[in-house]
Design a protein around this ligand. Structure first.
Ligand code: HMG
Ligand code: MG
Length: 369
């Protein structure tokens, strides 16, 4: 009897991770003409959490970032240095990056002295870029003061109306503001990423001309952004509109695929199809959010980012290497959904795998009786 109870002590976590691993191993190389590798920029702790109504405790954010750091991700966007009056959920960015700096110091010390914990650090910091949004010099100075920020992002828009609502200034004024931000960051050896929002539609004015996206992208590249993340802020893009946009942008020799990333919100369920189109154009940097968290406080109706789990499942299925362990992402995903009052996951992959894991566990427990 005792033995059978012991045998039954299969945790749901174990069933869950085994299921995921089998799926990953089945990836076949279908990616002819597509990139062999892709880099995931995990934006869950920032884009994912910024829109949550109730204030999320700092320790929950740190635990999410910690779990994500163990997955093999190379980029984790971990907060924003914006006005707390505008986005209260990001008010603790300094504390988050102080923690990251502390953990980096501990890991460096342990590595130097061959300490045991260097092999299994609380927060994995080696090889990971922890980034933050900085809309102006004030935000950048706060970011620099923490000593924990590896990269910053300025965020512009291809829509005048959205620019006004989001950052309280015109596109032209925003670009003027970003210039000294980029310069100061680069002077401090901090890389700068540029976002362009509303590339496939604006919540206030609708359709956006592709030329507007190209113009803002070029200006951001000129001021020193190493990469432009194209944001479908409200998730209205389709494979067709994505194709038209990318064909237009890539026809400009100053906008190579190697400088582009894609950032799809999944409001209309088109994000994976749109990412597939981006891969066909050899764009292999993809922003996504664990469990499909997210939304923009200044884009009513915008749902979460495409889920990291769903992107990984598609990329691995195509035989495109990411270096990210889907099982670890799934654990981070379960953690944050539980912490957010058992929210329903925004990831189809997570929903399917959790349901399979639950059934397996129930069957295993039945067999033990
Ligand atoms: P403003 O009111 O025009 O700024 O806001 P201001 O310079 O007139 O200053 C007003 C007050 O804000 C002052 O404080 C400043 O000190 C303070 P007061 O004297 O009233 O006490 N302030 C700041 N405080 C902290 N950090 C700062 C900062 N700057 C000024 N950096 C501002 C301009 C940009 C600050 C404001 O509009 C803002 O914070 N907006 C937040 C926008 C945001 O975070 N949106 C969501 C992220 S964008 C997004 O999600 C899209 C993306 O995911 C891509 C996609 O999906 O498309 C990136
Ligand atoms: Mg976004």
């Amino acid at each position: 009897m005792i033995n059978s109870i012991k045998r039954c002590a299969i945790s749901s976590k174990k069933v869950f991770s085994n299921t995921y691993c089998k799926r990953e191993a089945s990836g076949v190389s279908l990616s002819k003409g597509m990139p062999a590798t892709a880099r995931i920029v995990e934006v869950g702790p920032r884009d994912g959490l910024q829109n949550e109504k109730q204030i999320i405790p700092l320790n929950v954010k740190l635990e999410l970032i910690r779990r994500l750091s163990h997955s093999g991700l190379k980029n984790i966007e971990s907060g924003s240095f914006v006005s707390p009056k505008w986005v209260p959920q990001m008010a603790d960015a300094s504390e988050i990056f102080h923690y990251i700096r502390e953990q980096k110091q501990i890991n460096r010390k342990n590595a130097t002295f061959g300490g045991r914990s260097a092999e299994n650090p609380a927060l994995v910091t080696s090889g990971i870029t922890f980034s933050a949004l900085t809309p102006n010099v004030k935000g950048l100075e706060s970011a620099l003061a923490t000593g924990g920020v590896d990269e910053v992002a300025v965020f512009g828009a291809a829509s005048e109306a959205f620019s006004q609502k989001n950052i309280n200034c015109s596109i032209e004024e925003s670009l003027k503001r970003f210039k000294p931000v980029a310069k100061l960051a680069l002077d401090n050896k901090i890389k700068v990423r540029g976002y362009v929002s509303c590339v496939l539609g604006c919540p206030y004015t609708g359709a956006i001309p592709v030329e507007a996206v190209r113009d803002v992208s070029l200006r951001l590249l000129e001021m020193g952004c190493y990469e432009i993340s194209l944001g479908d802020t409200i998730g209205v893009g389709t494979a067709g509109s994505t194709e038209r946009l990318l064909t237009h942008l890539l026809s400009d020799k100053n906008i190579p695929a190697s400088k582009l990333a894609v950032h799809f919100h999944d409001t209309y369920g088109q994000a994976l199809a749109n990412i597939y189109v981006a891969l066909q154009h050899n764009i292999n940097v993809i922003d996504s959010s664990v469990s499909g968290l997210g939304g923009c406080p200044y884009a009513a109706g915008a749902s979460g980012n495409v889920a990291t789990e769903d992107v990984l499942y598609m990329l691995h299925g195509l035989g495109i290497q990411t270096g990210v362990d889907l099982a670890q992402i799934a654990r981070a995903s379960e953690f944050i959904d539980e912490a957010l009052n058992n929210r329903a996951t925004g990831s189809k992959v997570a929903a399917a795998q959790r349901s399979i894991a639950k059934k397996k566990l129930a069957n295993a427990q039945k067999d033990c009786v």
